[in-house]
Design a protein around this ligand. Structure first.
Ligand code: COA
Length: 306
């Protein structure tokens, strides 16, 4: 059995090597986290107060890192996202599944020391990650709908941004911060379309989560918005929503295009763009598909709310 403890800053390079290796395999892949050393380093650097105090590790007798779990906590929402557990064992080894389960459970027990006030926990992993599904079930999490990560590759992204330079949107596009009434309307539309998501409407519009938000206007009325960010390895479209009576006119596609354009202007070039789409959301899949986004990964979230 491995030794389980909180991470130390000196574990960083071993942790990154472990995560890169396991993220490449769909049977171990965890959502929300990137796949390269650059992306993962940047993500861990954003953890508060710092990545090591909210991460636990498993080490073998020689001190080699064999497991990792970190938790991102929003104490206001009393919600935590578990990034992991990652356990470095071959699952086709006769004892592989058992070692995975025992190590993952031990990592979770340790991580609970900092999850005292949390009432809502979430796990997120590839639909092929069968150990995570079993872990979720063992700990009383409920599986949500699968979601797919769609990618717009370098060539298609460049084509879209170049096309955007020559086209004009059918509606006025604003970028937050703007009028407080617009902020309010965006927050309300967000709560209606994405209740209980990882970011509230208020957090989206008040700038605390560092998202770029573009808004389509019809006079003083908000028709829709798109919110996203530039990560080291890609632009990420977090949310896009259009008022029901304005859908099917291309406003959603214009919002995504405008958002990517704005992110490129303000934060520089990235090699690709990504978006997550819930299974069964046909309008969204068609909209992103028309823009050139293609299926990359299928993920499922597991949630435990008390
Ligand atoms: C997804 C969403 C943003 C699309 O906005 P939109 O302005 O309708 O987008 P577009 O008009 O650019 O494209 C919508 C696609 O769905 C199709 N569609 C089918 N039925 C539709 C309907 N009843 N209403 C709207 N669009 C419909 C459109 O024809 C279009 O596909 P096409 O390009 O193949 O013709 C919007 O449906 C929405 O707000 N949904 C709720 C929030 C949501 O699920 N967001 C996506 C999260 S990733």
């Amino acid at each position: 059995m491995y030794d389980i403890r909180f991470a130390e800053p000196g574990d960083l390079s071993a942790a990154l090597a472990l995560l890169v290796r396991l993220q490449a395999d769909t049977a171990h892949h965890i959502g929300y986290l990137g796949e390269t050393v650059e992306a993962l380093s940047e993500e861990l650097a954003e953890f508060e107060p710092d990545w090591s105090s909210c991460s636990v590790v498993a080490t073998d007798e020689s001190g080699r890192l064999a497991g990792f779990l970190s938790v991102e906590i929003d104490s206001k929402l009393r919600r935590a996202w578990l990034h992991g557990p990652f356990v470095d064992v071959p699952l086709n080894h006769p004892a592989g599944s058992r070692i995975w389960d025992q190590t993952a459970d031990a990592l979770f027990v340790k991580a609970r020391e900092i999850l005292d006030d949390i009432t809502d926990h979430e796990l997120y992993g590839h639909t092929n990650h069968r150990r995570l599904a079993a872990f979720a079930q063992r700990h009383g999490f409920t599986a949500g709908k699968a979601s797919s990560i769609y990618l717009l590759d370098n060539g298609a992204l460049r084509t879209l941004l170049l096309r955007d330079a020559n086209y004009s949107a059918t509606h006025e596009m604003r970028v937050l911060p703007t009028d407080p009434a617009v902020h309010e309307a965006v927050a309300v539309l967000h709560e209606r379309c994405f209740p209980h998501s990882y970011m509230s409407g208020r957090q989206l519009v008040d700038g605390t989560k560092n998202r770029t938000v573009v808004v389509a206007m019809d006079g003083q009325r908000v028709l829709g918005y798109a919110g996203g960010k530039a990560q080291p390895e890609e632009y990420y479209v977090d949310f896009v929503a259009v008022e029901p009576d304005a859908r099917g006119q291309g406003i959603g596609a214009q919002l995504v295009t405008e958002l990517l354009w704005k992110l490129a202007c303000d934060q520089g070039a990235r090699p690709q763009a990504a978006a997550s789409i819930l299974a069964g959301n046909e309008s969204s899949r068609r909209m992103f598909g028309r823009l050139g986004f293609r299926l990359h990964l299928e993920l499922v979230a597991y949630r435990h709310a008390s």
